[in-house]
Design a binder for this molecule. Structure first.
Ligand code: PGA
Length: 248
């Protein structure tokens, strides 16, 4: 794993955006794996600004998102489909037919999970997968204990994840209890992974993932088994790693 240190959230976001833009400019048909949540918000803002100011085009880009809530309609402002449109897709020139998220409204969720796996395969796999880091070490919605071999599947969200996401909803009880997520093995098949970590509240889990051997109780630690992972972390997120002199 390669660790890039950023000064603060904005610096992390600019570095991440530059990383993504380089792929978009270099590859003939890049497949970007995208993430939602608070962490990539300013990265998407940098991509929007770069598109506007420098004209970076996304006409040849394909995207697959990590996850979507079950039972939340795409036009609901809490869906990840809505988030992606508002934060990125509506502001760049990517053809809407090139953008993909799991369908959390599918009647047959198992069939939907299989469809999503085949879709990724048909696109030729993910060139660059963007990831945030859950407070409990989850990646996508792969909660602690998710098998290494898991592919796209439906998950029951843990209380800690529902509480962390309650800030976007009217109340904790309105946070969905299930989601469809790429599995660990789906994520591990990406050619390259970019993990973004920002803020003091992520310092503990970042230190844990860097210091532990890969294990399923800390899903992000499994990324150590991937040959091309880049972590961009800001100084608040790195505070415990530095304090304890953790090497990895
Ligand atoms: P966050 O979530 O970016 O909102 O901190 C990360 C995650 O839960 O994967």
């Amino acid at each position: 794993m390669k660790l890039i240190e950023a000064k603060h959230y904005q610096d992390m976001s600019q570095k991440a955006a530059r990383f993504i833009i380089e792929k978009v400019n270099r590859l003939p048909a890049p497949v970007l794996g995208l993430a939602t949540g608070g962490t990539p918000l300013a990265t998407y803002q940098c991509l929007r600004e770069d598109h506007e100011n420098n004209g970076t085009s996304y006409k040849h880009v394909y995207t697959v998102n990590l996850d979507e809530y079950v039972g939340v309609a795409p036009d609901d402002n809490n869906s990840y489909t809505y988030y992606m449109k508002k934060q990125l897709f509506d502001h760049i020139d990517i053809p809407p037919s090139h953008t993909h998220l799991p369908d959390g409204m599918a009647e047959d969720l198992e069939a939907e999970c299989r469809r999503y796996e085949s879709l990724i395969e048909r696109l030729g796999g993910v060139d660059l997968q963007l990831l945030g880091l859950g407070l409990n070490g989850h990646i996508g919605f792969n909660e602690p204990g998710t098998p290494f071999s898991s592919e796209t599947h439906t998950v029951e969200l843990t209380d800690s994840t529902r509480e962390a996401n309650a800030r976007y909803f009217d109340s904790l009880s309105s946070v969905p209890s299930q989601a469809v997520t790429m599995g660990i093995s789906t994520i591990m098949r990406s050619k390259q992974i970019l993990l973004l970590v920002s803020g003091a509240k992520k310092a503990d889990i970042l230190a844990k993932l860097l210091s532990e051997e890969p294990n399923e109780d800390t899903p992000a630690s499994l990324l150590k088994m991937h040959q091309d992972v880049v972590i961009i972390a800001d100084s608040d997120a790195l505070s415990i790693v530095k304090e304890r002199g953790i090497t990895y």
